[in-house]
Design a protein around this ligand. Structure first.
Ligand SMILES: C[S@@+](CC[C@H](N)C(=O)[O-])C[C@H]1O[C@@H](n2cnc3c(N)ncnc32)[C@H](O)[C@@H]1O
Length: 228
């Protein structure tokens, strides 16, 4: 199997633990591959450094949402696969947030809308997986949707506390500032959103101190498999 855009190997490790056969991890960023046990190969999803029909299955997770031409990458996957191509991709436009902090869900929705308007790849493509695989010439396509829940509830771990800190400081939102402005949000609109975001973060920290904060974010993921 070939895991394309493996990053630090989250999917590679699952495939190696749960599926029979060897798994090669490929990523454009060699630093990320330092975290993955071999075999690893530095390479570009659009020009994979392998001959035709090298693998039984070519798979990716959360890669296509980052690519300008996902169908071209899938055609390249099909070239190096002699059997199947599988993708695991989210629909980030249909994420929902349920929170004990009033307003967190609506604010997260507003931030997401501004981000979606500015981002230059299709971060919602999971829900179009079937047509994208068909456009790449794959056959016998099967798609399954899974809802991935990320829940924060007491007792809170370090990552939960860090996430609350990033809300209260506004640091988390700042990462997406340029993208939101590219999407048409004005600088004043961003500052207003950030102010409300930071207040929401302070409310989160207050509830955490009282052990009453609970939040579930649900990200729909689509698993699509096609035959070459
Ligand atoms: C969101 S991460 C997903 C990582 C991993 N698949 C996972 O599920 O945790 C996207 C990965 O795709 C890689 N990537 C982006 N563009 C790429 C390209 N053109 N060719 C190969 N890898 C690429 C990035 O370096 C990053 O590691």
């Amino acid at each position: 199997m070939l895991d394309v855009g493996s990053g630090t190997g989250a999917l590679t490790r699952v495939l190696r633990a749960e599926a029979a056969g060897d798994v090669v991890a490929v990523d454009a960023d060699p630093k990320l591959l330092d975290h993955v046990e071999g075999p690893t190969v530095v390479g570009d999803a659009f020009r994979l450094p392998f001959p035709e029909d090298t693998f039984d299955l070519v798979i990716c997770q959360a890669l296509l949402i980052n690519l300008p031409e996902p169908v071209d990458a899938l055609r390249e996957f099909a070239r190096v696969s002699r059997d199947g191509v599988a993708v695991i991709e989210p629909d980030n436009g249909s994420v929902t947030v349920d929170s004990t902090v009033g307003g967190e869900s609506a604010l997260a929705g507003q931030a997401r809308e501004h981000y979606l308007a500015g981002v230059d790849t299709d971060v919602t493509l999971g829900s179009d997986a079937e047509s994208i695989l068909a456009d790449a010439g794959l056959d016998s396509i099967e798609v399954t949707r899974y809802d991935h829940d990320r829940t924060i509830s007491p007792p809170y771990d370090e990552a939960d506390v860090e996430s609350a800190r990033r809300k209260a400081s506004g640091d988390g939102l700042a990462t997406d500032r340029e993208t939101m402005l590219d999407g048409g949000l004005t600088a004043d609109g961003y500052d207003s959103l950030r102010q409300r975001w930071r207040q929401m973060g302070r409310d989160v920290i207050e509830q955490m101190a009282e052990r009453t904060y609970e939040r579930t974010e649900t990200v729909p993921f689509y698993v699509a498999v096609g035959q070459v």
